[in-house]
Design a protein around this ligand. Structure first.
Ligand code: ADP
Ligand code: ZN
Ligand code: ZN
Length: 746
């Protein structure tokens, strides 16, 4: 049967995108109308000709066929912003699965009836001296947020109001009260179109280093010559990447183009924002998760109307509809948070490539520890790579000690801390310098390892760590292979085999026990539940309110702490046991970042990496700062096992309330691939099905199987086939989700 009906959406600015209308595809357009096509349709009583977008094709119609109207025509491939967004949504649907509607909801800002935001700028209204004395008064009275605003005003003459109330968390009352005191005025942004021009901050301009200049010149030059490329900047923290981005963006803005600057929310520091505000004034805006849908919509309208040139934000900032997008920058491109956790599970780094293509823009990826994926593309010559090797801020890379915890055990030390780490901590505390203790719990899934010889029990088929289950078994979360949990190490026979149980709380207790009177701060999932607790803990530590900061991976990103001269990594190998193919890559990145936290200021730093696997390349190479060495080992492993980027994986996850049916349906899906398509698709391999790592959430069971192929397009076909099968047969109350190249195992 052919698809002769189409669901058409008429008004994409409508809040309820799901409102679609059925149309018949006339003979002359059969096979030409696709999901995402823009079409002209007769609408309403008078058959007014309207433009609409096809969001689904159907063999049968739901309404009375006699009353269904024909589509009039297809429109030319569009150039309007709306057409581009629809094209993008179509691409997302095809490449990540899900419905066109859910893809549209991802790329289009929801129009809500929220009152439009007013964009206001806070302008200084007092001379320096008066401001300083008012600041002193506020500090005496412990009016910290007012003091914060005043300190900002001493630095710059204007600040976007949303920046104060958003990122700095200043209450409107504080601003009002300072206005009453005559310290500042709040103005409509419009009356101050481009504050940068009002008062040029010439002192802020850096003379670019040779290496920086080469990047800026190459990118801007190629752009002018009509060449669109993807570039990778591999440069350690502090090597001047942000300065490079800003110069390139500035050049774009001068040409009347706009820029999207993507940065993981956790890495979007106050210092970075200030640098952008200082350079681009109120032509730059921030989009972050604290904005309401109405505010997000408003940001998009400002972009569309040409009121801003630069948007900064996490993942979703990618969908801000600029008219003349010139460049997209993806900073910290290796970050896992660029992968969406909800359907469609798009990867913002990959999607940025598509957005750049649709808009004829260039793309820059930047990182101190590039993703294996991007580095691989650079090696293959698909993207152009630059390196920045010098730290421009001064401060040297820390001295790193790798401690073999197996030896500590042999020597009778059963504490969480090695001898050298305890000694160095005491030394710092005596010198009033600060310490960060990083508990590497990322991806922690209860893996099993030996504390005597370091052996990690791995799946013989998938070469990833096995995970401990409550029923006394250990399981592979890719293929489902299981074994009894060993009571003795299979390699050395030691009884010290098991999971690593210590949490941040225990570490904090231990530190307090060892060093009475020490001031500690803890940062983990528990202490950062409220909206601004993350910022609060970091700024307290930065103000010297504690000697030791203990935390999970959150503490290794962003913020600089000049007084931190020692970083201790507890159990570096924990993230090596996360049970998926990315575990070494993540470990290398986390360890590199953690080590880099020490010695950011004048004083030299030291770092201690405690591990049971001192010979693992992710540990060795992060200690020596050898990215290339790490990459070579890692790509060999990926290639051998057909893991991304040399091969691809599709996770098919089935959710259902009835466990037996959920299991059965997962099996049926896997079987239809084997039966129907093994010969007609390209080559692929099915692994599983298996219960997901978290096999039940809120009474909903989760089962999963993986499809592996060298060719990503084959997996797209597999997904299309499964989507069609699910649609045709009904899904018995189970829900199916797709995840391409999953960054975490299900
Ligand atoms: P990254 O983004 O790689 O961490 P940044 O661009 O933030 O690096 O630069 C690190 C520090 O060096 C910043 O304080 C920045 O102002 C300074 N910096 C960058 N480029 C130069 C330069 N060409 N000359 C002097 N200082 C620079
Ligand atoms: Zn052992
Ligand atoms: Zn396995």
């Amino acid at each position: 049967m052919a698809f002769i009906y189409a669901d058409v959406i008429v008004d994409i600015s409508h809040e309820k995108l799901d409102k679609t209308f059925e149309y018949r595809i006339p003979e002359n357009l059969l096979g030409k109308v696709e999901v995402g096509s823009s079409v002209i349709i007769p609408f309403g009583k008078g058959d007014r000709k309207l433009k609409g977008y096809c969001v689904a094709l159907k063999e049968k119609c739901d309404f009375d066929p006699a009353r269904i109207k024909d589509i009039c025509s297809l429109t030319e491939k569009g150039v309007s912003i709306e057409d581009k967004m629809i094209e993008l949504a179509g691409w997302i649907k095809r490449n990540y699965g899900g419905t066109m509607i859910s893809a549209l909801k991802t790329v289009l800002p929801a129009k809500t009836s929220v009152k439009q935001l007013e964009h206001k700028t806070v302008v200084r209204a007092m001379e320096n001296e008066a401001l300083i004395s008012l600041l002193g008064e506020c500090e005496r009275k412990h009016q910290t947020s007012k003091a914060k605003v005043l300190r900002e005003l001493l630095e710059r003459d204007f600040i976007p109001r949303e920046f104060l109330t958003g990122k700095l968390g200043i209450s409107p009352q504080s601003i009002l009260s300072l206005e009453k005191a005559g310290a500042l005025k709040v103005l409509e942004s419009k009356s101050l179109r481009n504050p940068v021009k009002v008062k040029e901050k010439t002192g802020q301009r850096k003379i670019l280093s040779k290496a920086q200049k080469l990047i800026v010149d190459t990118v801007t030059d190629e752009y002018r010559r009509g060449i669109r490329n993807t570039y990778l900047i591999h440069g350690i923290t502090g090597s001047g990447k942000t300065e490079v981005y800003m110069n390139i963006i500035e050049d774009m803005v001068l040409q009347g183009k706009q820029a999207i600057f993507l940065i993981p929310e956790i890495a979007l520091t106050y210092q970075t924002l200030i640098r952008f505000y200082d350079r681009f004034g109120d032509r730059v805006s921030v989009m972050n998760s604290t904005l309401s849908p109405g505010e997000k919509y408003d940001q998009c309208m400002r972009a569309k109307n040409g009121d801003i040139d630069v948007i900064i934000g996490p993942r979703s900032a990618l969908f801000v509809p600029f008219k003349n997008l010139g460049i997209i920058v993806v900073d910290e491109e290796h970050e896992g948070s660029y992968k969406s956790e909800s359907t469609p599970k798009y990867n913002a780094r990959e999607t940025a490539e598509e957005v750049a293509k649709i808009n004829n823009a260039s793309l820059i990826l930047g990182s101190a520890t590039p993703s294996v994926d991007s580095f691989y593309k650079a090696e293959k010559g698909l993207i152009k790579k630059f390196e920045l090797n010098e730290r421009l801020t001064g401060g040297s890379l820390p001295t790193v000690y790798t401690v073999d915890m197996r030896e500590e055990l042999k020597a009778g030390n059963r504490s969480i801390f090695s001898e050298i780490l305890s000694d160095l901590m005491l030394e710092r505390l005596n010198r009033n310098e600060q310490i960060i203790l990083f508990l590497n719990r990322r991806g922690y899934a209860g893996f099993i390892s030996c504390r005597s010889c370091g052996k990690v029990v791995k799946c013989p088929h998938c070469d990833v760590s096995m995970t401990e289950h409550l029923n006394g078994k250990i399981v592979c979360h890719y293929c489902g292979y299981e074994e009894r949990k060993p009571s003795k190490c299979p390699q050395c026979g030691s009884g010290f085999i098991g999971g690593f149980k210590a949490g941040t709380e225990q570490i904090e207790m231990k530190v307090r026990e060892m060093f009475p009177g020490v001031r500690t701060l803890r940062m983990d999932g528990d202490t950062t539940k409220t909206k601004d607790s993350y910022e609060k803990i970091l700024s307290a530590f930065s103000n010297g309110e504690a000697d030791v900061l203990i935390g999970t991976q959150m503490i290794v990103k962003g913020h600089d702490f000049p007084n931190v001269t020692l970083v201790g990594v507890i159990a570096a190998d924990m993230s090596l046991g996360s049970g998926d193919y990315m575990s070494s890559e993540r470990t290398f990145q986390l360890l590199t970042q953690a080590v880099g936290r020490a010695g950011r200021g004048e004083k030299p730093g030291e770092a201690v990496i405690q591990t049971y696997q001192p010979d693992h390349y992710a540990v060795i190479c992060s200690a020596t700062g050898d990215y290339r060495g790490f990459y070579n080992e890692e790509i060999a492993y990926r290639d051998l096992m057909d893991y991304p980027p040399t091969g691809h994986m599709l996770a098919v996850c089935v959710f259902g309330k009835n466990e037996a049916e959920c299991v059965k349906f997962t099996g049926t899906l896997a079987k239809t691939l084997k039966v129907d398509y093994n010969c007609t698709f390209g080559e692929f391999k099915i692994i599983g099905p298996v219960a997901a790592r978290v096999s039940k959430i809120n009474d909903v069971y989760r089962y999963v199987f993986y499809v592996k192929s060298k060719d990503r397009e084959v997996l797209v076909d597999v997904k299309d086939h499964l989507e069609k099968y699910v649609n045709d047969t009904g899904n018995f109350g189970n829900m199916v989700q797709y995840d391409f190249d999953p960054v975490n195992s299900f």
